[in-house]
Ligand binder design. Structure first.
Ligand SMILES: [Zn+2]
Length: 274
């Protein structure tokens, strides 16, 4: 059974430095208009510093019916944080987002899928800080961050936190989170459609994008984290909305926070037992 695709967006400030033009609020509103036209609501994972810099934008996201969730206070990988620092970031970020949304915020997405075997401690911290779910795992080997052996469909951590792993397609080292970001921009829509049939993504097939994925006119700069692949971050931006339109053509799912039962049905994953 193919479930409808769930829309998610990581609202972050992708700029080479503070002097570069701030383009993401405009691109975020392009996404909001696109979603309004299709009566789709999704989940926006917001970096705390972005919410502090652009409170009107983040309030607007919530007012237009979307779920707000946290994408860290800064865009720092979990591997760079101590438990106490994550706890402080989580409590601060959640409080700000709840203030802007006027409703509770319970979701978290680790920057760059950095919930990996060495950072499972974060799942305890997040529960202690009132979060009910995470969407932070890439359950395969990956040159950046991956968690080979983790379930590829929703599950619970021993702490009780629900996890919605990134939908994956491919074989061996070429297993990628194909439903969003750079992969969705690079892959032709018919290939994505075949991948969905060959590698059924389970009950919560979520797409993910960033404001820059919708910004074909951003002047090129070399993104250090991406290394030699940096130019790929600019490929296919002009066609991203068209691809999303095709992904959502058979209807769209509700925000991730409404799928906790799918994670409970997946049962508890004990990483230390592996
Ligand atoms: Zn991010």
């Amino acid at each position: 059974m193919t479930r409808p695709v769930i829309f998610t967006l990581d609202l972050e400030d992708h700029r080479p430095d503070d002097t570069a033009e701030i383009r993401y609020p405009d691109r975020c509103r392009v996404a909001l208009d696109f979603l309004d036209e299709r009566r789709v609501t999704g989940t926006f994972f917001v970096v705390g510093e972005v919410a502090e810099a652009q409170p009107d934008l983040v309030r607007e996201v919530a007012d237009r019916g979307h779920e707000l969730a946290l994408h860290g206070w800064t865009h720092t990988h979990l591997t760079e944080l101590e438990p106490r620092a994550l706890a402080e970031q989580a409590v601060r970020g959640r409080a700000l987002l709840e203030d802007l949304a006027g409703r509770s915020v319970t979701g978290f997405r680790a920057p760059t899928f950095s919930l990996v075997p060495s950072t499972v401690w974060a799942t305890e911290v997040l529960v202690e800080q009132g979060f009910t779910y995470s969407s932070s795992v890439l359950a395969a080997r990956n040159p950046l961050f991956g968690f080979p052996g983790a379930p590829r469909t929703p599950f619970l951590w021993p702490s009780g936190l629900a996890e919605f792993p990134a939908p994956l397609a491919g074989l061996g080292p070429f297993t990628v989170p194909y439903l969003g970001g750079t992969y969705l921009r690079l892959l032709p829509s018919p290939v994505v459609a075949v991948a969905r049939r060959v590698f059924p993504p389970g009950p919560t097939p979520w797409t993910y994008l960033h404001p820059y994925d919708l910004d074909p006119d951003e002047p090129y700069w070399r993104v250090p984290d991406a290394g030699a692949l940096s130019p790929l971050l600019w490929v296919g931006r002009r066609h991203m909305l068209g691809k999303l339109d095709r992904l959502l053509a058979q209807g769209a799912g509700v925000p991730l926070g409404e799928h906790l039962d799918d994670a409970r049905r997946g049962g508890v994953f004990h990483p230390e037992a592996r």
